[in-house]
Design a protein around this ligand. Structure first.
Ligand code: GRF
Length: 196
């Protein structure tokens, strides 16, 4: 699998640690900026590509470069793990059904870049995380797995996000292993991983 990341890279770390038990190894990591995820990948001896928008004349050129870089790795699966950019519809079409994203809310509630803060601001008592296939929308693709996390009275964005990420790391690794082993059947909005 190829992992796309932009941030602290703890989901990537979990995927790297989990991949020996899975049929899918992390073969390359692609980042869009200098970030801790890039350092983690390099330290793990995994190929790293930095495809930064600033190095391309416009958004289309960056989109094409990103797609070409991913395609060059010939991945079975593309995992966006804290990748803070929206994938173009051409990218999604090229790798359709093979892009998995992890999002820190119970979708379809609180999509977008601030899923944790938006849930807190709304005042929900329960939020969580979602692993889903990527389609053309923002966090709208068929859901593979979800898990709930309680919001505590004293939570702020950081404490709640950390608790969600603890669950998110395990869920993402489990889902990727299951998809690697058994594939996904897509039926309209439903994405089903056949049972063992
Ligand atoms: C995760 O909560 C992910 O869902 C969100 O950003 C966070 C990434 O964390 N989009 P990390 O960079 O893997 O630590």
């Amino acid at each position: 699998m190829v992992v796309l990341a932009s941030g602290t890279g703890t989901l990537l770390e979990a995927l790297l640690a989990g991949s020996p038990a899975s049929a899918l190894a992390v073969t390359a990591v692609i980042v869009d900026r200098p970030c801790r995820a890039e350092e983690i990948a390099a330290a793990a001896g995994v190929r790293v590509h930095r495809v930064a928008p600033a190095d391309h004349p416009d958004r289309d050129a960056w989109n094409r470069a990103l797609a070409e870089t991913v395609a060059g790795e010939r991945p079975d699966l593309v995992v966006t793990a804290g990748f803070m950019r929206i994938l173009s519809s051409e990218f999604v079409a090229r790798f359709r059904g093979r892009i998995v994203n992890s999002h820190p809310s119970l979708l379809p509630a609180f999509p977008g870049a601030h899923g944790v803060r938006d849930a807190l601001d709304y005042g929900v008592r329960v939020t969580g995380c979602t692993v889903h296939l990527v389609d053309d929308g923002v966090d709208t693709g068929p859901i593979l797995a979800q898990e709930a996390v309680a919001v505590l009275p004293d939570d702020d964005d950081a404490t709640l996000h950390e608790r969600i990420k603890t669950v998110e790391r395990r869920l993402l690794v489990d889902v990727v292993a299951a998809v690697a082993a058994r594939g996904v059947v897509i039926d309209g909005r439903k994405a089903v991983i056949p049972s063992e």
